[in-house]
Design a binder for this molecule. Structure first.
Ligand SMILES: [Fe+2]
Length: 180
């Protein structure tokens, strides 16, 4: 049961690997070593596209169902939709900062590193919170019938990278991560 939670966990595993890749590049940039900007751009492109289209809507749906089932007071119940908005704001700030760096416009190395790490750390913290609080609370509160309905409703929202969509997008990161 609750296949959707397994799908969400698999998506988190991919995102965690992408955050590790970003971290490495941010470290390189900070130490004035050659950073892989193509890789950073692709990871940002992935985060701008996939979580908002395929991942967050599933979690928001679970959250809404939990509220309907009186879960506002459930332990581990976070305001997931608001967290997703803040994650998205930090991502947009990071993507803007990278463009500034690529255009050689006025942004100090420290400024860029600060904005980049804010996104990476914020995203890691957000996912850890979901794994430790939100998912267990959802599994606790929702019934088998709820999950059956949720599983059907989200079945079309599968991350194309995990599902082996061989479109031209995300070729670089596909070669750099493990899909379990
Ligand atoms: Fe998530």
């Amino acid at each position: 049961m609750a296949e959707t939670i397994e799908v969400l966990r698999a998506e988190h595993r991919v995102m965690a690997q992408l955050l590790d890749l970003l971290s490495e590049q941010i470290d390189r940039f900070e130490q004035a070593e050659q950073a892989d900007y193509e890789l950073m751009k692709e990871v940002i492109d992935y985060f701008l596209t996939i979580p908002d289209l395929y991942h967050h809507p599933k979690e928001n749906l679970i959250h809404a169902r939990m509220l309907r089932r009186g879960g506002a007071k459930a332990e581990g119940m976070h305001d997931i939709p608001s967290e997703h908005e803040r994650v998205s704001e930090r991502l947009h700030a990071f993507s803007h900062a990278l463009i500034c760096v690529l255009l050689d416009s006025e942004m100090s190395r420290d400024q860029f590193v600060g904005i980049a790490r804010e996104f990476v750390d914020g995203e890691r913290h957000h996912m850890q919170g979901e794994e430790a609080g939100f998912f267990p609370a959802a599994l606790d509160l929702l019934s088998d019938e709820d999950w059956a309905e949720i599983d059907v409703r989200v079945a079309k929202l599968r991350d194309p990278l995990i599902n082996g969509d061989r479109s031209i997008r995300f070729q670089t990161i596909r070669d750099r991560i493990t899909l379990q």
